[in-house]
Design a protein around this ligand. Structure first.
Ligand SMILES: Cc1cc2nc3c(=O)[nH]c(=O)nc-3n(C[C@H](O)[C@H](O)[C@H](O)COP(=O)(O)OP(=O)(O)OC[C@H]3O[C@@H](n4cnc5c(N)ncnc54)[C@H](O)[C@@H]3O)c2cc1C
Length: 364
């Protein structure tokens, strides 16, 4: 096992912000994961699992413990056990360190439906179940069959079904009740050969029409291409040299509110807030998702807003960006100062506390 010392984390993240890891190990096998976690435990060190670094804000002081960088590789395919009344499905089995977009490419090449709208989300396979990645009408939880992980509590490998992962909007047991307990080593995605693409978002339908003209059913690949075009137009696709993608994607989650709360928000604004029904909550009452970007704009922040070296993307109000090169741009403190200013303004205006999406690493 090769342990690196004082390894700068900023270049390992899409934000390009943050100090060093006191120790860093790259894990290429499950055995590396066991060995590295034992090494950290014997020294009483905190452990942080790093994937593609696309959903992180690392503190300026860095992380005073062991960062375990997941580099397990490998993709394979098998038939899914048949389910009566359902079309035959295939399992795409991916190691946690694989680039998520390799899975997308594999599924598009074989015409397997289920993840075409998740094209262009950066990061690794291991990161996908953590916040149940989602975009343009799909969430990865709807295709996850099993997650294999090392359970630090029981010090054994476990296989969790989708139901055991506790998925909901941008949430799973991995980022909530069992945060820090599991190290994901592999994910099985259950995909549908020849299945129809998901076209529930008007933006996606419009982009497809712009790409290919109206009429006929688009292919999965055409949908993925349209999604990537939309993402790029919003600075939500990692394109080297594009200053608007030096971010962690959306900095805030879209709040989900009750009908009463929605009506109070509507009463406070000149135009009706955009809103999407999300189904009933545990209390069976209706719930609505309100775009955080709309709330932020209504609270007085526009695209391109700047506070020191931190800013709001010129192409999407929900992305906070590092306005400078890695190591010389924004500090984590500047990004958080901007985030706090925005959240306070939204709370003052609408009584909604925005929830941060990226994970904070190290003490801020
Ligand atoms: C431009 C841009 C656009 C984005 N668009 C979207 C979007 O549309 N939808 C969306 O949902 N997200 C989006 N994101 C956020 C991000 O890409 C996803 O959350 C991604 O899945 C994070 O994966 P990662 O490998 O980079 O994880 P990291 O950022 O490295 O880690 C994120 C969290 O997951 C944990 N983690 C990572 N790997 C493992 C593992 N193997 N085992 C256990 N824990 C692990 C980490 O400890 C950390 O808590 C976007 C980000 C960017 C920069």
């Amino acid at each position: 096992m090769h342990v690196e010392e004082n390894k700068l984390l900023a270049p390992l993240t899409t934000f390009g912000v943050g100090g060093p890891a006191r120790w860093l190990v790259e894990a290429a096998t499950e055995a590396d994961i066991v060995e590295a976690s034992t090494w950290a435990r014997e020294r009483g060190l905190p452990l942080f699992v790093l994937g593609g670094g696309s959903n992180l804000l690392v503190s300026d002081a860095g992380f005073d413990g062991l960062v375990l960088h997941i580099a397990l590789q490998g993709l394979s395919v098998r038939d899914a056990p048949p389910v009566p009344g359902q079309p035959p499905q295939r399992i795409l089995r991916a190691a946690a360190g694989e680039d998520w977009n390799n899975c997308i490419e594999q599924s598009l090449k074989a015409s397997w439906a289920g993840i075409e709208c998740l094209a262009g989300i950066p990061g690794t396979v291991g990161g996908t179940p953590v916040q149940n990645v989602g975009a343009y009408g799909q969430e990865v939880s709807s295709v996850i069959d099993r997650v294999r992980a090392f359970d630090l509590a029981g010090r054994a490998f476990v296989e969790l079904s989708a139901a055991e992962c506790g998925f909901s909007y941008r949430r799973s047991r991995f980022n909530s009740t069992d945060r820090g307990r599991f190290i994901v080593t592999r994910v099985d995605y259950r995909l549908t050969p020849g299945g129809a693409p998901t076209l529930s978002y008007p933006d996606v339908r419009r982009a497809i029409e712009a790409d290919r003209g109206a009429g006929g059913e688009p292919t999965l690949a055409e949908v993925a291409t349209a999604v990537r075009h939309i993402r790029q137009s919003k600075g939500m696709l990692i394109v080297p040299g594009d200053p608007d993608c030096r971010s962690a994607g959306s900095f805030f989650k879209n709040p989900i509110v009750s009908r009463d709360h929605f009506q109070r928000i509507a009463a406070l604004s000149a135009t009706e807030p955009p809103h999407f029904p999300t189904g009933a909550g545990l209390d069976h009452a209706e719930r609505f998702k309100i775009p955080a970007a709309w709330l932020i704009e209504q609270a007085g922040f526009a695209k391109g807003y700047r506070l020191g070296n931190a800013g709001i993307s010129k192409r999407h109000t929900l992305a906070l960006v590092n306005l400078g090169p890695t190591g010389f741009g924004a500090t984590a403190a500047e990004i958080l100062a901007l985030a706090n200013k925005i959240a306070a303004a939204v709370e003052n205006r609408f009584g909604i506390r925005l929830e941060r999406e990226p994970v904070l690493v190290g003490s801020q």
